[in-house]
Ligand binder design. Structure first.
Ligand code: HEM
Ligand code: SF4
Length: 578
């Protein structure tokens, strides 16, 4: 399908009267953006002004490319979207977080040459570059392909990067190494024309670990390994959850009554992807176009879902086995950990809120080669690991990583901080998040020097929850507050989010304060927790034992009336979803 065809398609309807969903559906029908590489090359030759709005707002995303905000976030824009610059963000897809040193070095080079040195490790194990120009884009893509990397399907209405346990294959305690399945699923779906047009984004996570570190619960498909014994024979398969997702309406995946055998994993993934693709109901509203809305809005039960799925795949799934969900899911992989291979360790660096420089990437690649096999991993907690390090050299490696600003230890605040892109680059952002979260961590380290409980501290710049504040112990969502006629950054608190055995969406507790007051509020809250002394109660238990009102009062330092989590009115504008 070439350029002239989609042009025609675009003009066929009266664009003024159509809804956002109708518009995206029309554009998607008119062109599979993965067929448009020649167009991208042409735009690169002719400059930014030659790019039609359909590419800027829609098609580019299929290539992991989306426009960058002007630094003011949503402010100053129109219709709930901020102004964009003639620069792009590029999300590089890293299935299961498996990365080689030569690949990381290539990303470092690209970041230095084309991205003003700005790169972020993301919560789906990707690496995102900023400041990319249209002129540079074809070359950036080609350099990525040369080392086996891709950005295809990193954004857009397609299967996003498939996440998996970053220590698959080396974890001493894993049930199995499921990374081969993540890679096979990636090959089956990324760039496959049969799946280029889904109702919206589609997220898959497959893990063989016991701790569920890639958060299967918040994916459209979450597969977690499970052993069973059939007629005396041990077998490893997977439990299956479907329909998870965060965003403005968080929902944890629904377990189906299924034990998915190893060789059934790909057909099941394909079946769910087809079910999603073929759902016309989900194509009516973009903001309700995720799989979860079959359950939330269209009256589907898990049973209905399973029947539809089994009809598509043509076989019945075995009934589910009892699963032992991990009781306290916190695994940042930071530090030195023994591998299943005797004499070897993996060494995990805490990358503060994911921001990493080209110099750090280069140095990490060199270290991975000098000390190990050149294999690295990216994690869902925005961290970077080096695997297959001989035990005797792990301390020296850790020391060198510390020297390049990638420490293998840190305060619970440093390790637990996650931040979304925020107003620095995102057009939907209400607040700045990356610099703020670094400052927040420094403040908390000063205020609570001996605090030793791990905690997930997630900062997200608007209700879309790219920083996953719904599954954090302390999740804060960006707002604006008017003070003396000036709109200032503020945060709304959601507490007690968890995945695993005690899964729960963080509770909006009715407290909001200026960004500058956040450290003080968290200090007050954590001091109340510490005041309970050495009772053995962890933060999660502390949060679940207290009411919203109590937690709000602890944050505020006094009894106050709850503030609602006022959501912005209207729809999320189409064409800006990350
Ligand atoms: C309708 C708008 C959007 C929604 C509902 C949304 C939602 C989300 C959610 C829930 C995640 C968490 C990933 C997970 O499920 O584990 C995520 C990831 C992310 N989002 Fe957004 N997002 C939106 C727009 C944007 C925009 C405009 C940006 C631009 C900066 C952005 C940047 C990111 C990044 C960098 C990630 C990291 C994950 C990855 O590598 O895929 N998002 N988004
Ligand atoms: S949550 Fe997502 S959409 Fe909102 S500011 Fe952060 S990156 Fe942007």
């Amino acid at each position: 399908m070439g350029f002239s065809f989609w042009r025609e398609g675009v003009n066929m309807t009266n664009a003024a009267t159509e809804t956002k969903a109708q518009k995206s559906e029309r554009l998607k029908r008119a062109l599979n953006p993965w067929d448009g590489l020649a167009e991208i090359r042409r735009f690169a030759g002719e400059g930014f002004d030659s790019i039609p709005p359909e590419w800027i707002g829609t098609y580019f995303r299929w290539w992991g490319v989306y426009t960058q905000g002007d630094g003011a976030g949503v402010v100053g824009g129109q219709g709930g979207v901020g102004r964009a610059l003639p620069f792009f963000m590029l999300r590089i897809r890293i299935p299961n977080g498996l990365l080689r040193s030569d690949q990381l070095r290539t990303i470092a080079n690209l970041a230095r040459r084309y991205a003003r040195g700005t790169a972020d490790l993301t919560v789906r194990q990707n690496i995102q570059l900023h400041w990319i120009t249209i002129e540079a884009l074809p070359e950036v893509l080609e350099e990525l392909w040369r080392v086996g990397l891709n950005s295809i399907g990193a954004c857009g209405d397609v299967t996003r990067n498939i996440t998996g346990c970053p220590v698959a294959g080396v974890d001493a305690d894993e049930i199995c190494d499921a990374s081969s399945l993540a890679l096979e699923a990636d090959r089956m779906l990324a760039g496959n024309a049969k799946f280029y047009n889904l109702p919206r984004k589609f997220k898959i996570s497959i893990t063989g670990c016991r701790v569920w570190c890639p958060y299967p619960e918040i994916n459209d498909i979450g597969l977690t390994a499970l052993p069973r014994v059939v007629r005396g024979k041990p077998e490893i398969g997977f439990a299956l959850r479907v329909g998870g997702g965060l965003s403005t309406e968080p929902y944890l995946g629904v377990p189906l009554n299924a034990f998915v055998r190893w060789n059934q994993v790909l057909p099941v993934i394909q079946g769910v992807a087809e079910l999603f693709r073929d759902s016309t109901q989900l194509r009516e509203h973009r903001e309700r176009a995720r799989l979860k809305f079959l359950f939330l809005r269209h009256g589907w039960t898990p049973d209905d879902f399973q029947k539809d799925l089994e009809r598509r795949i043509g076989f019945q799934l075995d009934p589910r086995e009892t699963e032992h969900a991990p009781s306290d899911v916190y695994r940042d992989h930071v530090g030195i950990h023994p591998q299943k291979q005797p004499g070897y360790c993996f060494v995990g660096s805490a990358v503060l809120r994911g921001r990493i420089t080209p110099e750090q990437m280069d140095a990490a690649a060199d270290l991975a080669e000098r000390f190990a096999s050149g294999e690295l991993r990216t994690t869902n907690m925005q961290n970077l690991l080096i695997v297959n390090v001989p035990r005797l050299q792990a301390d020296e490696l850790a020391k060198e990583l510390g020297e390049i600003g990638l420490p293998v230890s840190g305060s619970p605040f440093f390790r637990g901080a996650i931040a979304c892109s925020g107003s620095e680059f995102c057009k939907l952002a209400i607040t700045e998040t990356k610099t703020f979260s670094r400052w927040l961590v420094e403040e908390l380290e000063e205020r609570l020097p001996g605090f030793d409980q791990h905690l997930k501290l997630h900062v997200t710049g608007c209700p879309n929850s790219c920083g996953q504040h719904w599954i954090a112990d302390i999740g804060i969502e960006g707002k604006k507050l008017k003070v003396n006629g000036q709109m200032l950054d503020a945060y709304y608190f959601c507490l007690g989010g968890a995945v695993g055995l005690h899964q729960s969406i963080a509770r909006p507790v009715g407290y909001r304060c200026l960004a500058t007051e956040v450290p003080e509020a968290i200090e007050r809250l954590l001091r109340r927790y510490l005041a309970y002394g050495n009772t053995g109660e962890n933060l999660r238990q502390f949060f679940s034992r207290h009411t919203d009102a109590e937690l709000r009062d602890y944050l505020a330092g006094q009894i106050i009336a709850p503030v609602p989590r006022d959501l912005p009115e209207g729809r999320v504008p189409s064409g800006v979803e990350g």
